[in-house]
Ligand binder design. Sequence first.
Ligand code: GLP
Length: 242
Amino acid sequence: MEVIIRPDAEKTAQLAATFIARKIKEKQKIVLGLATGRTMERIYAILVQMHKNEGLDFSGCHSFNLDEYIGLSAEDPNSYRSYMDYHLFRHVNIDLKNTHVPNGMAQDVHSEGKRYEEEIRKVGGIDLQLLGIGETGHIGFNEPLSALMSRTRDKSLTPHTRRQNAEMFGGDPEKVPSRAMTMGVGTILEARSILLVALGESKASILAKAVEGPITSMISASALQLHSACRILVDEAAASQL
Ligand code: GLP
């Protein structure tokens, strides 16, 4: 695990975007694992600028998002598919048929999990997995007590996570779906490289536990200690308890 600390949120986002852009340029066909959340918004905005100003080429990119709320259709403005369209996909030259987000409306969540894993396998696995971290220590939506070997499946969200994400649902945690489809911790660990980004003081305590504490299914992000090519990129506020 390599921890990189930048002075503020903007410099952290700039460096994250630079890492991602470098990966995109490295390979003709690249498979990206993508994340959502407020932390990612500025990173995607910088990547869009790089596409517009420097011609950063997304035509060889395949993408797999970590997760999706169960019960929200792709068209729902709060779905993660909408988030990705809004912040990234519609502004760059990625082929939409190469973009994947779990289907939150799947009738059979077990089959949907298997289908998603199969899609990842078909393109040869994920080259770079981008991650944020939730205040419960989740990566994707792997809430506490997610098995470290878990695969893409449905998961209940904790009240804490529903409160944390309520801002996007008009501030009402009750409006945040109670379940989500998420790649498993085991799925995430199979990515060839990982970049986790955390910003702000609210992430400081959980980040310190994930990076310096014992590996435990109570904090899914702690499993990243097992990965041989994992970078943790944080601002000074998020690093304040390391
Ligand atoms: C959601 C996502 C996570 C993300 C987390 C942090 O719960 N499922 O993938 O890491 O939010 O979000 P934020 O960046 O808004 O703090």
